[in-house]
Design a protein around this ligand. Structure first.
Ligand SMILES: [Zn+2]
Length: 278
């Protein structure tokens, strides 16, 4: 099983970082976790994309994590030659979000149905709201979900993918919590969004200070990984943006709390889910 960070960015637009999105390549095909800005372009770079996704899993409905879901829905629909509905899993609110997204696309759907004689079906996206337990089970691949804590954004979830004895956890945005700890136990890879508490406090911009109380600082994510015996911690969705030359600072903050392997994500960073010797 392989993890490809399609988007390592945050809500802040960046020229070289797509919005939050992670591709997990399993024996049952490609699974997409969150659908941030520009992620379809990154997926194309690894020969994946909307028609290849077996399912999409949303951690929460913050705009930066879902802004390109509409592109995934449209592209999959318009590029499939038989009905190929997209399955979207997410927390409570996902059904209405998906319905509203298709409603937003109604004009385009009408254009294409009228123009393409062989296209006789609508996107037909299938949304499933999830809270806890196994939500996807195909072949050797099992995806389980647990609640996370991104309050006041509620509900939010994290996911764990198990495939052939290997495991990957997608934390999404959360502070340390019991649900995430449960997902992470013994995981080979943990993909965790992080912020720099020291830098945000130094900047002292009120709108930015607000993000501290519902995200994990680098040290928080590292402690979660250490508690669970994770093999590789992938830091992503860095806020504030990583300044060139400061990459090692981010690694060092995690290293102080975590003995395993640490990756500071860039777009298209690829990590194998495999044992790491501590
Ligand atoms: Zn969020």
């Amino acid at each position: 099983m392989q993890v490809v960070i399609l988007g390592s960015g945050s809500p802040i637009p960046a020229p070289d970082r797509a919005g939050p999105a992670t591709l997990v390549r399993t024996s049952a095909g490609d699974l997409l976790f969150d659908a941030g800005r520009g992620m379809s372009m990154r997926a194309a770079a690894v020969l994946s994309g909307p028609t290849a996704f077996q399912a999409v899993f949303l951690t929460h409905l913050h705009s930066d994590h879902v802004t390109d879901l509409n592109d995934v829905i449209t592209t999959r629909w318009a590029m499939s030659f038989t009905p190929n509905p997209l399955h979207v899993f997410g927390p409570t609110g996902t059904e209405s979000f998906v319905a509203a997204t298709e409603s937003m696309l109604e004009t385009d759907i009408g254009y294409r149905l009228a123009h393409h004689e062989d296209l006789t079906w609508r996107p037909g996206t299938v949304a499933t709201e999830v809270t806890d337990g196994t939500v996807f089970d195909r072949g050797d691949v099992r995806v389980t979900v647990a609640p996370t804590d991104h309050a006041p954004v509620h509900p939010t979830v994290g996911y764990r993918v198990d495939d052939g004895g290997r495991s990957v956890v997608i934390a999404g945005d959360t502070v340390p919590c019991a649900g995430l700890d449960r997902l992470c136990v013994g995981a080979d890879v943990l993909v965790h969004t992080v912020v720099r508490r020291d830098q945000i406090e130094a900047l002292a911009v009120p709108r930015l200070l607000d993000v501290l109380d519902y995200h994990s600082a680098v040290a928080d994510a590292a402690r979660t990984a250490e508690r669970a015996g994770v093999g590789t911690l992938v830091l992503t969705h860095m806020v504030p943006p990583v300044q060139p030359g400061s990459e090692q600072e981010w690694i060092d903050l995690a290293r102080a709390e975590f003995a395993g392997s640490i990756v500071l994500a860039e777009d298209l960073a690829t990590v194998e889910a495999a044992p790491v010797l501590h």
